[in-house]
Design a protein around this ligand. Structure first.
Ligand SMILES: [Mg+2]
Length: 388
């Protein structure tokens, strides 16, 4: 359809808040904020009704409640989020194995190779949106383009419940007017800096030569040159043959609420477990990556007693690492990420001396994965609280 590559970026709409509204019909049509309702709490998601008042995710909860005093504040329903996240990724993986998760509710899909069987990228995008809506009762916005950067820009252009296509012919019209904040890797601080230099839009950047950009922005110059023109060759990276399987999320601001950071981390670990099982891999190591507002990054690694693909065992390590770090040296977090490494091909068999508890967990993961494969969302729930 478009060019040699067909890329989708699928992003669920107000995911956490939408799941809450799905489970609690009395909250549909009402302003809902998810997150911790305390002095240092942060909004993890705002329903579209709350967004009409200016509430946004990553905003301090106190600020959001001032903007929208009638909003109902709900704790993030971790179990349900993980459940729907798995269901959404099942749908993605039903159209292509080339799925690159960006967070619990967002992924890039390379559907170039799916065209012959399933139709062009727009047809596939419509099919995904329809399944998410009819099977899960949720909505997603999809961007369709010929690279990742443009697909991601597109998915955000008609939220919620949107489908936007950017063809090569659209680039010259769509890109120049975009504000510089939409550039990949440009946060509020960098945007301010750029504005003082007269750069407000993608058009302002693309008016500069490559040499001028490199002189003014150093190592970022090349990226600005390419992206401001809609050039992005990054592949969609999926897990097969991977050395590690990971996920990370950058917040719009430094997050002071450690429960929020922890719940994001839990969602990441669940996705990682599922991807390991999907590819018959087991991990011996778990690594956390934590970045602060000043771009200082720390990593913390832990080792499993035995290579594992069990969500619960991975979470025990990740949680231990996070809690230890948070107890000793917590500072507000800009980025949190987890990865499973030292991967081994899983035999699929249980070892002879497996303890019964492990067998139970294994059966639980397997059962959950297969029930979701067959029946989609709404079909299973599992243990509560801190256990994964
Ligand atoms: Mg989303």
């Amino acid at each position: 359809m478009l060019t040699d590559r067909a890329i989708l970026h699928v992003d669920m709409d107000a995911f956490f808040a939408s799941v809450v509204q799905l489970d609690r019909p009395e909250l549909r049509g009402r302003a809902v904020l998810t997150g911790y309702d305390g002095p240092r709490g942060v909004v993890s998601a705002a329903s579209y009704e709350a967004r009409a008042f200016g509430c946004r995710s990553a905003m301090p909860m106190a600020q959001a409640k001032r903007l929208c005093p009638d909003a109902v504040v709900v704790k993030v329903p971790g179990e349900r989020i993980r459940h729907f996240s798995s269901a959404v990724f099942e749908i993605f993986e039903s159209v292509t194995p080339m799925v690159e998760p960006m967070s619990v509710d967002e992924a890039f899909l390379d559907v170039t190779g799916s065209a012959r069987l399933l139709g062009d990228a727009v047809t596939i995008a419509k099919h995904i949106r329809k399944r998410i809506h009819s099977e899960l009762g949720l909505t997603a916005s999809v961007g369709v383009s010929f690279n990742k950067f443009l697909a991601k820009l597109a998915s955000d252009m008609d939220k919620p419940d949107g489908l936007t296509v950017i063809t090569p012919g659209d680039v010259g019209r769509v890109l120049p007017v975009l504000p510089i904040e939409r550039m990949w890797g440009v946060g509020p601080a960098t945007a301010e800096k750029l504005k003082t230099q007269g750069v407000r839009t993608f058009g302002d950047l693309s008016a500069l030569t490559q040499k001028e950009l490199e002189q003014r922005f150093g190592k970022h110059g090349d990226r600005f040159y390419r992206l401001s023109r809609g050039i992005d060759d990054r592949p969609v990276t999926h897990d097969c043959g991977a050395k590690s399987i990971g996920q990370e999320q950058t917040f719009d601001r430094d997050v002071d609420d450690r429960d929020h950071v922890r719940s994001v981390l839990l969602g990441q670990v669940q996705q990682i477990g599922r991807r390991l099982r999907k590819h018959s891999l087991k991990a011996r190591g778990v690594t956390l990556k934590i970045r602060f507002g000043d771009f200082q990054t720390v990593t913390r690694s832990g080792t499993l007693a035995n290579a594992s693909d069990l969500t619960d065992e991975l979470w025990q390590i990740a949680r231990g690492l996070f809690d230890q770090w948070a107890r000793q040296e917590f500072v507000p977090v800009r980025l949190i990420g987890a990865s499973a490494d030292r991967l081994e091909a899983g035999s699929g068999q249980m070892t002879l001396f497996t303890d019964p508890d492990r067998v139970k967990k294994q059966r639980l993961d397997a059962a959950m994965d297969s029930i979701q494969d067959r029946f989609g969302a709404g079909s299973v729930r599992r243990g509560a609280g801190e256990r994964a």
